[in-house]
Design a protein around this ligand. Structure first.
Ligand SMILES: C[S@@+](CC[C@H](N)C(=O)[O-])C[C@H]1O[C@@H](n2cnc3c(N)ncnc32)[C@H](O)[C@@H]1O
Length: 264
């Protein structure tokens, strides 16, 4: 049974500002270059890939078009994002190989061992029960399959810092951020092996400075023309708050990889 409709966290205006900073089709930092960085040590060629939290679909399209996936299935919980993603795949001539499906939060509606690889970028931060999510990813992977992800993690503090709370209250996103250690443990307890994490805090410090540059001077005036004064101002305030938590080491965007054990 379908769950009641949730309020969109990624409205058209929000998406316009995120793409302003991160590039066409991307709702997370670094755009295409960061996807390429995540995939540096993983061979995607010939694989059937599931993307969890596919947003506007640009990474799913890149997985097939640039990285050689045999097929990609992107899933997301917002219907309008799925529509945009289908249009993107069709415009790239990849509608057959790159498909998108609306899902409810919770168990993945796919068979055991149905995918060679699961990819996810900055979406699991929205999912409260990480262990259940990782267990589902493991279930749908073939033995030996790989889980490649990136997520918005946090520093080792026991609780969120005051600045972090202020930033998260301001942006109204339902982020549930865990530490790197919690994430490593949860992946390993779920059954992944050869788990590796790469902290991208330092890289993102530089990126936030670039983000702020895309939100200043003439650039800012152009953004106001696109999304209006209120949304542009909100974006600028939000990035300024985020700069504090990245500089303080609270916000730790992190890449991770884990493998499902090969069959005995
Ligand atoms: C920050 S955006 C990132 C989108 C895309 N991965 C990208 O990098 O451009 C987070 C995405 O996760 C989706 N999302 C949130 N909760 C989800 C869930 N339980 N299952 C799948 N996707 C979810 C959101 O709708 C949104 O598209």
């Amino acid at each position: 049974m379908s769950q009641p409709e949730r309020k969109s966290q990624y409205t058209e205006e929000v998406n316009a500002t995120l793409q302003w900073m991160w590039g066409d089709g991307y709702l997370s930092p670094g755009g295409f270059e960061e996807v390429a960085e995540m995939l540096r040590s993983v061979d995607v060629r010939g694989r059937d890939v599931l993307e969890v939290g596919s947003g506007l679909g640009a990474a799913s399209v890149a997985l097939a078009e640039t990285f050689g996936a045999r097929s990609v299935l992107g899933v997301d919980v917002e219907a309008h994002l799925i529509e945009h993603s289908r249009e993107r795949a069709a415009a790239a001539g990849l509608a057959e190989r790159v498909r998108f499906q609306l899902v409810d939060p919770g168990p993945l509606p796919f068979d055991d061992a149905s995918h060679d690889m699961v990819f996810s970028k900055d979406a699991i931060v929205h999912i409260p029960d990480k262990a259940a999510c990782y267990a589902e990813v493991l279930r749908v992977l073939v033995p030996g399959g790989v889980f490649v992800g990136s997520d918005w993690l946090r520093g080792g503090e026991e609780t969120y810092t005051a600045d972090a709370r202020e930033w998260l209250d301001f942006v109204h996103l339902d982020f549930r951020m865990e530490t790197l250690e919690q994430t490593r443990r949860a992946l390993e307890r779920s059954g992944f092996e050869r788990v590796g994490l790469v902290d991208r805090n330092e890289w993102y410090r530089g990126e936030v400075r670039k983000e702020l540059a895309t939100l200043s001077g003439d650039n800012y005036a152009k953004l106001v023309e696109v999304v209006g004064e209120e949304m542009a101002g909100h974006r600028l305030d939000s990035s300024a708050r985020k700069q504090r938590v990245i500089e303080q080491g609270f916000l730790r965007p992190t890449h991770f990889v884990g493998y499902k054990p090969a069959a005995a």
